[in-house]
Write a protein that binds this ligand. Structure first.
Ligand code: G6P
Length: 622
């Protein structure tokens, strides 16, 4: 995590850096800082513990003026959040300053060497070592890029860095290894950033750096090279994202905006894939053509879905349909566990790496392991050019637009949709899914955006809005809540619980409803409600029995049920209904009331919805 931004040009750097950091706060926000080479040639570092607002206050009292600078918003790894641990970090003489995202794994050795040779380190971070090492290298060379390269040759770990030096006032240097970094090309100015929204106001011409590359920027030049010093060429990519797409668009929070964007996001995820040719739709996943042509899918006998957090819940939900449609065993593996478990993986395993950011360290490491074992890899991600795409043989983009709120919403539903597209495609390729059944799936997928829209509408007024409000009134004062479901409703319950705990800090856990009686039921009482996913399904009767077991223990029951289900009123205290649809597709919109439950509970508890404590949008450390 952490976000970095850099500027070199002729405008005042400070507002550009602050604006860029604001758009990167989702990457971490426990401290922030900027360093500007001021017009008098001094290096001015302004940094503080706390959010960007605290930095803005400091800057307002003494704004550094200069045309070159770097900025950083932090999510602590080495060294607690504090003023001195905030980035950028400088060397002994305040000559060089560095902003860093990642972890320098051999920093303890490097630090000891630096201290032994007389350097005074002022923070507990791994990053500061880099500034002092560059200071040393600049005694051998007066080329800043060369000094950075020589420094990085001694570093192991992951990084994206931005470096400026007051001895090189018109130069900005960046480098990446397992951490995102893009270059933005301007006219008479150039930019560096962890992510596109940070610089979208200034340029739409982007070069994403590859791992093992660095860049030297001046106002008028861009020199990309490998860490070995070999110059490389990249054609810039034009980014046509609507700038408004990265703003809140009328909602109080990105989280709400992104919930309400889900019908549109779902529609976009299907665009160009389901071709609505009359009389029947057709499925085309062009991104998989190369992999198909390679013949490597012929050897596939099983599928492993890899991910973390919300992505693993999307995988768990999709798994049921994928197995049914492809007749391949599908394993869902939590990426942080996978590579330490001596996994069974090789050319016969199709590895599907699911990651919104494309940058989650655990998911990348697990995917690399699978790829190195010979598995064909498909990435499912929202981030164009993200690290996971470089590990993959093919990439299916979510096409959901930028997701800013730390807690995932629209990328969750578009992950399920994309995995369903993959399942329907693979099922046909393998001859396991009859054409007529594939057509039914495509129709159901095409219906999804409308069903999401109806669900959202029904929750804004009438009985569903009243039920939502009742449920929030109860949940906001709870210490704990249990979520249960069966089949795909089980991972959906886990996702509902995750959303609630992530943003409202009410303790919540999701269980397979049948498992309740083996432990979790002991937690139920009149102040611990049960949220039950009780939509129409093959196991509906069974979940009703589980609800009754809970009610017999005085638990208050909030049920998510299907419209027209009159019998549920006998069993639950509060009922939120969603439209009817084939079972596999219901989670795509029955997640919406769960997201809104979390949202309104968080609001009622006065929590910071978009930036929950201790979390980060993109977790680039293991
Ligand atoms: C973080 C985020 C979660 C996300 C998880 C996996 O923990 O806070 O919302 O689900 O990372 O992220 P990914 O980008 O790999 O999907």
């Amino acid at each position: 995590m952490c976000g970095i931004v850099g500027y070199v040009g002729s405008q005042s750097a400070t507002p550009i850096l602050l604006d860029g950091l604001e758009r990167l706060e989702y990457r971490g926000y426990d401290s922030a800082g900027i360093a500007v080479i001021a017009s008098d040639g001094s290096l001015q570092v302004t940094k503080t513990k706390g959010k960007l607002a605290a930095l803005r206050e400091l800057v307002a009292s003494a704004e550094p003026v200069g045309v070159v600078g770097i900025g950083h918003t932090r999510w602590a790894t080495h060294g607690r959040p504090s003023d001195e641990n905030a980035h950028p970090h400088a060397d002994c003489h305040d000559m060089v300053t560095v902003a860093h995202n990642g972890i320098i794994e051999n920093y303890a050795t490097l630090r000891a060497e630096l201290e032994a040779s007389g350097h005074i380190l002022r923070s507990q971070t791994d990053t500061e070592a880099l500034a002092h090492m560059i200071e040393d290298e600049l005694r051998q060379t007066d080329d800043l890029a060369e000094a950075v390269r020589a420094t990085l040759a001694r570093v192991t770990g992951s990084y994206a860095i931005a470096v400026v030096s007051r001895a090189h006032p018109g130069t900005l240097v960046g480098a990446r290894m397992n951490g995102p970094l893009i270059v933005g090309l301007g006219k008479g100015e150039n930019f560096l950033a962890s992510d596109i929204p940070a610089i979208l106001r200034h340029t739409r011409e982007i070069i994403p750096l590859d791992d093992g590359e660095m860049v030297e920027l001046t106002a008028d030049s861009v020199r990309v090279m490998t860490l070995a010093g070999v110059e490389t060429r990249h054609a810039p990519t034009h980014v046509d994202w609507d700038i408004e797409a990265a703003e809140r668009g009328g909602h109080s929070h990105f989280f709400a905006k992104e919930i309400y964007e889900q019908p549109d996001a779902a529609h976009k995820a299907l665009m160009g894939r389901i071709l609505t040719r009359e009389p029947e739709p057709d499925l085309a996943l062009d991104a998989l053509d190369g992999l198909l042509a390679s013949g490597r899918l012929d050897a596939v006998r099983r599928v492993t879905l890899l991910g973390c957090g919300t992505s693993i819940h999307a995988a768990m939900i999709a798994r049921y349909a994928l197995e049914r449609w492809t007749r391949l065993p599908v394993e869902v593996a939590v990426a942080s566990e996978y590579r330490y478990a001596d996994p069974i993986v090789g050319p016969e395993t199709l590895c599907v790496a699911i990651t919104q950011s494309g940058e989650t360290a655990d998911t990348l490491a697990a995917t690399r392991l699978a790829r190195d074992a010979g598995a064909p890899v498909i990435a499912v991600t929202n981030t164009v050019g993200g690290a996971v795409t470089r590990l993959a043989d093919a990439t299916l983009y979510l096409q959901a637009g930028p997701e800013i709120s730390v807690a995932a919403t629209k990328t969750f539903v578009t992950m399920i949709l994309t995995l369903y597209l993959l399942g329907a495609w693979l099922g046909r390729q393998r001859g396991m899914l009859p054409e007529a059944e594939q057509r039914q799936i495509l129709h159901a997928l095409m219906d999804t955006p409308e069903l999401m829209r109806r669900t959202l509408e029904s929750l804004s007024e009438g009985p569903n809005a009243a039920a939502l409000s009742d449920a929030v009134t109860l949940l906001k004062d709870c210490h704990s809540a249990l979520f249960v479901g069966r089949g795909a409703g089980f991972p959906l319950a886990m996702e509902g619980a995750l959303k609630l705990k992530e943003i409202s800090y009410v303790h919540a856990e999701g269980f397979a409803a049948g498992e309740m009686k083996h432990g979790p039921i002991a937690l139920l009482d009149e102040v611990t409600p049960l949220v039950a996913i009780a939509t129409a399904s093959a196991t509906y009767e069974k979940i009703v029995s589980n609800i009754q077991e809970a009610r017999a223990r005085d638990a208050y029951v909030i049920a998510i049920a299907t419209e027209g289900d009159d019998s549920i009123h006998q069993h639950a205290d509060t009922i939120i209904t969603v439209p009817a649809a084939p079972e596999a597709f219901t989670p795509l919109f029955s997640v919406i009331p769960l997201q809104l439950l979390a949202y309104h509970t968080a609001l009622a508890r006065g929590c910071n919805v978009d930036q929950p404590r201790n979390l980060a949008k993109s977790v680039t450390v293991e």
